[in-house]
Design a protein around this ligand. Structure first.
Ligand SMILES: [Zn+2]
Length: 79
């Protein structure tokens, strides 16, 4: 699968390794992606997100997602 951040779309960058003799060889930089379970409008989802987006709080992790209160659950069952 393509390694891209689900939030910001950050992907691998390409460039050159440059040795002391100035011989250039291709290399690539990959973003620090972590697979996290996030809460979306359509429910929980497991996606790749870069660590910058996780740090900045751009995602709602399922683990930290507030559970519905007991009263709300009871009223939902009555209706
Ligand atoms: Zn990102």
């Amino acid at each position: 699968m393509a390694k891209r951040c689900y939030i910001c779309g950050k992907g691998p960058m390409t460039g050159n390794n440059v040795s002391h003799s100035h011989k250039a060889t291709k290399r690539r930089w990959v973003p620090n992606l972590q697979k996290v379970k996030i809460m979306t409008e359509s429910g929980p989802k497991r996606v790749w997100v870069c660590t910058q987006c996780i740090k900045e709080g751009k995602i709602q992790k399922v683990v930290n997602f507030p559970k519905p209160k007991v009263e709300e659950v009871e009223t939902a069952q009555e209706a």
